[in-house]
Design a protein. Structure first.
Length: 96
C-alpha cells in the first residue's frame, strides 16, 4: 500500500498534459526525475491501449520509447498504399 501511495504522489508532482486525438485520450507525464510516461486510452471504452516510457541514458541522452502495453504505431511508407499499385508509364493505352 505504501508503494502505491508513493506512486500516486509521484504522479501528482509530475508535469501533465492531456488531449483527445484520433479517438484516443492521451496523457503525457514528465516525472521529477526526468522520465516520461505516456498513456493512451480509448475514448469510448476507457480501455488502456498504450503505455510507454522514455528515460535518459547514463550520458543524459534520450533513448527510444519503451512500450509496456500496446505496440508502436507504424505509419505506412510515404504515399501509403499508392506505392503498391500504380499505372505504368511505359505501357500507355492506345485506345482511341
Amino acid at each position: 500500500m505504501a508503494s502505491s501511495m508513493a506512486w500516486l504522489e509521484t504522479l501528482r508532482q509530475s508535469r501533465k498534459t492531456a488531449l483527445i486525438q484520433d479517438g484516443r485520450r492521451k496523457l503525457h507525464f514528465i516525472l521529477l526525475d526526468g522520465r516520461e510516461l505516456v498513456e493512451e486510452y480509448d475514448v469510448k471504452t476507457n480501455d488502456l491501449l498504450v503505455r510507454k516510457w522514455k528515460s535518459k541514458n547514463v550520458l543524459g541522452r534520450e533513448v527510444k520509447w519503451e512500450f509496456e502495453i500496446g505496440e508502436q504505431f507504424r505509419r505506412p511508407a510515404a504515399g501509403g498504399e499508392a506505392d503498391l499499385l500504380m499505372e505504368s508509364s511505359s505501357n500507355v493505352s492506345q485506345d482511341t
